[in-house]
Design a protein around this ligand. Structure first.
Ligand code: PRT
Ligand code: ZN
Length: 205
């Protein structure tokens, strides 16, 4: 197992099925039922590690996994040292700032002095700094959309795909921080068979 390449993908959730489809599209086949945390490849020296998406940047940057498939949003929030090999054109979404339709916050400048709830404090902080806005960042771990209704915050910074969730909470987009998609990333460490696997990807694209 030690010489085998490891690729970390999301265990379950939005990116899991498309990540497996992508690997299968390279011609790789996998043992259907392995341990809950790994899947062995039958035609390449490779194992899949099934993990929380938030852990993938750390796993890859430390070389625990040689490769990973993770949303650009999670990757950028983690600020880790990995090589971006390939954007994968799935998991498309945007990280936005949104405020209640009824609020006086209509433009970016209106966020001055307000409270913004988010699970992306680092990306939000960078964006506010770049735009010269002082706002209080309220870090939370999920369901940012409910924060204004609970008076936890005046605005939110969260992922949007179709916009249905924003609409359900009467929230309107004020600014887009990041356009995101799933990215194939590689660890910064050398390993003999890494090149062979990267060739497989490059030949397929
Ligand atoms: O358990 P684990 O930590 O691995 O999973 P997770 O719950 O953190 O992640 P998951 O499965 O929800 O999303 C994985 C990745 O998919 C994200 O990091 C993004 O890169 C990407 N992605 C694409 C999305 C969405 N679309 C998306 N719509 N991630 C989240 N959402 C959520 C969003 O947070 C909001 O609550 O869906 C809601 C908005 O969707 P719309 O369609 O109503 O706009
Ligand atoms: Zn997650």
């Amino acid at each position: 197992m030690n010489n085998k390449l490891k690729i970390a993908i999301q265990k379950s959730g939005r990116l899991n099925p498309a990540s497996i489809d992508f690997l299968e599209s390279l011609g790789l086949t996998f043992v259907p039922n392995g341990s809950p945390l790994t899947r062995e490849c039958t035609n390449f020296e490779l194992s899949i590690l099934l993990v929380r998406d938030d852990d993938i940047p750390e796993f890859v940057s430390r070389g625990v996994a040689d490769f990973g498939i993770v949303g650009k949003n999670v990757l950028k929030e983690g600020e880790v040292d990995v090589e971006n090999v390939l954007p994968l054109s799935f998991g498309l979404c945007r990280l936005v700032i949104a405020a209640p339709k009824s609020s006086s916050i209509k433009r970016l400048e209106d966020l001055e002095g307000e409270r913004i709830a988010t699970t992306y404090p680092r990306l939000l902080k960078q964006f506010l700094k770049a735009n010269g806005i002082n706002a209080a960042i309220i870090p939370i771990t999920g369901s940012a959309e409910i924060a204004p209704e609970l008076n936890l915050a005046d605005a939110i910074c969260d992922i949007v795909q179709t916009g249905t969730t924003l609409k359900a909470y009467d929230l309107v987009t004020i600014a887009t921080i990041l356009e995101s998609q799933a990215i194939f990333v590689a660890s910064p460490f050398e390993k003999e068979n890494k090149k062979e696997f990267l060739k497989l990807i490059k030949n397929k694209i």
